[in-house]
Design a protein around this ligand. Structure first.
Ligand code: UDP
Ligand code: MG
Length: 340
């Protein structure tokens, strides 16, 4: 018979950016599922990532009705990775699941994740078995990206695994020791290791609203992933340079010998120009790669915080008394209590 100490806290961490159309749907779907899992208490940490629509108001409305919902309001839009970091820092659960608010990560999978966690896995990955809802372009680029990343980097990313996964408290504590500002969460999650189990699922189309990740944002995320976990693009320039210098030396010798034997040969303007332009281009690409890394070193060196919290809302029920030291403070309904 399980005792009261077996009841453990599960945290869902949900970054939200302009998601007013998805929020009601999300709670309606997720809460019954969480309630159906036995021997689990849960909290839902909603992170408002500087939304410009009424996302925050809606979140507060839900938090007011349900004290298991907490809201963390960031001061502006910091991006999904930062919002997720904020949520992971706030969450107090024994196990934590980051999940998107658009229901693309099926909440129906949560009981299975929890079951695998109880069997002893410290990380339970949810792997997409099919990406039917994505466009073919996204599918192809995603597949190419995983290949390139795993080729270039010592750290192997599990293929088709997003942020949706369950992590034990020990994993979260390990993650908190990674101080970098450029947070490629998938990579950081993989970097910490731990005992991992995999559960497969099919990714659904978005329930409402539009994806926030345009091609350009995805490209930048891809660059982030590679530069965060591999220095090969940087180091490869030594070899590209050596190859070009060696070819140039051979060609130079050939020209000198030919000139000595056959005399001066003036024409060659076109080939000269194309070689100069080509090498100029190669140099600029090399410089650009170096620049990508220096820019990241610069950002890390500034040591700015990853996100800033404007306010933490935890709306307790009217009848709930919170003991603070010897005083007992009574909180009125609707009055926002700053959690910390
Ligand atoms: N998101 C965020 N900040 C951003 C962009 C996105 O918090 O700057 C959240 C968004 O609200 C959603 C999740 O990240 O809960 C995934 O975003 P989206 O569905 O747009 O990405 P996709 O599923 O297309 O990769
Ligand atoms: Mg989505």
């Amino acid at each position: 018979m399980p005792g009261p100490y077996d009841i453990r806290l599960l945290s869902l961490v949900v970054p939200c950016y302009n998601e007013s159309e998805s929020i009601a749907n999300f709670f309606n779907c997720v809460i019954p599922i969480l309630e159906s899992i036995d021997r689990i208490r849960f909290e839902i940490v909603m992170v408002n990532d500087g939304s410009s629509d009424d996302t925050l108001e809606q979140l507060l409305e839900h938090a007011r009705r349900d004290e298991r919902v907490r809201v963390v309001d960031l001061t502006r839009n910091f991006g999904k990775e930062a919002a997720l970091t904020a949520g992971l820092d706030e969450a107090m659960g024994d196990a934590i699941i980051p999940i998107d608010v658009d229901l693309q990560d099926p909440p129906a999978l949560i009981p299975e994740l929890v079951a695998r966690w109880r069997e002893g896995a410290e990380v339970v990955l949810a792997q997409r078995s099919r990406r039917a809802c994505d466009t073919w372009l996204k599918r192809i680029t995603a597949a190419a990206y995983y290949r390139i990343h795993n080729r270039l980097s010592d750290l192997k990313l599990p293929v088709n695994v997003g942020d949706f996964r369950l992590m034990d408290r020990v994993v979260i504590n390990a993650l908190k020791q990674l101080p970098e500002r450029h947070r490629f969460m998938k990579g950081l999650f993989a970097w910490v290791g731990y005992k991992t189990a995999i559960v497969r699922y099919e990714r659904e189309p978005r329930s409402a609203g539009r994806s926030k990740f345009s091609g350009w944002r995805l490209w930048n995320l891809a660059l982030e992933g590679i530069t965060s976990f591999s220095t090969l693009p940087l180091r490869s320039w030594t070899y590209i340079g050596l190859l070009i210098a060696f070819s140039a030396f051979c060609y130079g010798t050939f020209i000198v010998v030919r000139t000595l034997m056959l005399g001066v040969d003036v024409p060659g303007y076109a080939s000269l120009l194309s070689i100069v332009l080509f090498l100029g281009g190669i140099q600029l690409i090399g410089l650009g790669v170096v620049g990508e890394y220096i820019g990241r070193i610069y950002d890390e060196a500034k040591g700015r915080p990853i996100y800033l919290v404007r306010r933490r809302y935890h709306e307790p029920r009217q009848d709930r008394l919170i003991a603070g030291g010897r005083r007992v403070i009574r909180l009125e309904r609707g009055q926002a209590a700053n959690h910390r």
